[in-house]
Design a protein around this ligand. Structure first.
Ligand SMILES: CC(C)(COP(=O)(O)OP(=O)(O)OC[C@H]1O[C@@H](n2cnc3c(N)ncnc32)[C@H](O)[C@@H]1OP(=O)(O)O)[C@@H](O)C(=O)NCCC(=O)NCCS
Length: 169
């Protein structure tokens, strides 16, 4: 498995991986209309092209035999009030393809996320995770994150509660 920084040439691959992993994670527990709305807004090729061209965002892509199997995005510039640590940066998205869960990919990707965040000068990594996403919460606790508060995440038309977690870098 290799991890590299994605470029705009990866927009279509990233859009497909992001749509698939998001759908696999949340389709069974959410309204299909909200899911369709969110996927259309967030994970089209044009939107991914914009994000890959945005210097405030770093996208990391994990590949196995040339196949994209996981991605993570770090985003500067958004900090909720409940995050008080020094020099914060957001771990915006973190997704591993379903068949690779529990195989150490996520831990390697998290290690790389922390390295990239430090290279950007960050000292605190923060994220929002859906309050009902028990597996992700357990994983983040293993990676040193602790609860800091909560904020609202608009999923389609559904305002959901995300727990905000932080880890020192
Ligand atoms: C979140 C994610 C990246 C973690 O990667 P992973 O390879 O599954 O992580 P791990 O298996 O190392 O750790 C998950 C932990 O949760 C535990 N777990 C599994 N199912 C669980 C559940 N329903 N409730 C609580 N804990 C659970 C596992 O046992 C494991 O802990 P352990 O190592 O102490 O046994 C991956 O599951 C994923 O991509 N999920 C879908 C996308 C997602 O939710 N992303 C986060 C958005 S904020």
């Amino acid at each position: 498995m290799t991890i590299r920084t994605a470029t705009v040439a990866d927009a279509a691959v990233l859009a497909e991986l992001a749509r698939r992993t998001f759908y696999d994670t949340f389709a069974s527990t959410n309204d299909p209309t909200d899911m369709a709305l969110f996927l259309a807004e967030s994970y089209g090729v044009d939107q991914q092209t914009l994000e890959l061209n945005n210097r405030d965002i770093t996208t990391l892509l994990a590949e196995e035999d040339g196949e994209a199997i996981a991605f993570a995005q770090i985003r500067a510039g958004h900090v909720p009030d409940c995050v008080s640590g020094a020099e914060p940066i957001e771990l915006w998205r973190f997704y591993v393809a379903h068949q690779w869960h529990g195989r150490g990919i996520a831990q390697s990707l998290m290690d790389r996320v922390k390295t990239e965040a430090r290279l950007r000068g960050a000292k605190t990594l923060w994220l929002g995770v859906w309050e009902r996403n028990d597996r992700a919460r357990a994983f983040y606790v293993k990676c040193g994150f602790t609860d800091a508060g909560e904020h609202i995440f608009l999923f389609g038309t559904d305002p959901q509660t995300d727990l905000v977690m932080v880890a020192p870098l």
